[in-house]
Design a protein around this ligand. Sequence first.
Ligand code: ZN
Length: 243
Amino acid sequence: MKLFVFSDVHGNLRALDAVLAAYREFSPCRLLFLGDAVGYGAHPDACLDRLLALPRSRMIMGNHDWAVLDPNEKDNFNSDAFAAIDWTVNTLKGKYNDSLIRKFDMTVECDEFLAAHGSPLHPEEFLYIFSIFDAEQVFMAFDFLLCFVGHTHVPMVYTYVGGPKSLEPGEPFALDPSDRYIINPGSVGQPRDGDNRASFMIFDPDGRTVTLHRLEYDIEAEAKDITDAGLPGRFAERLFEGR
Ligand code: ZN
């Protein structure tokens, strides 16, 4: 069965709904969510409601989700992100803490793949994989053919043999069974690769491909919700820029 892979929703409900509509079209699929359900966006509660109700799903804890559970983590964020975490904690008022702890794992490891929000090396430190040097450390430390990560908000493939590769939306990327891969599906709710559309990916284990997909959604309405909520305006601007 295909695996529907998505990450970094960040409280963006309209982007998440667009991606979940695509999930229903592609179904039956299993689901892998790579973390950061909340933070930046105006709809952390509705996004968590949607995510926690998904069947056949594995969910991973992101650094923003973790900061909702542990107030000490807020010190690791810049002032705008810190303000958004504070706002999110107040909005959720502890309502989702138990379900986050129960349903969200730091890593997922199975025969088919390894997955974490940032680097699976010390997953609770949420290190970024931004370069082939970061990727190499992960290739050396673990024994996997396929590793899914989020956190950078930039879709990317790092191969063990062939170096970094970019992904074209809608074009299947073939996975050579003799190579190894670290794959980032980009961000649903705060893309940072210059493309403002919501991002997700399909892994086809039979055809040995991953395919990136991008979807438009109502950015204007979502950005207005962010400013109306009193969240830092920069988070609304970034939705238009995709940076
Ligand atoms: Zn994130």
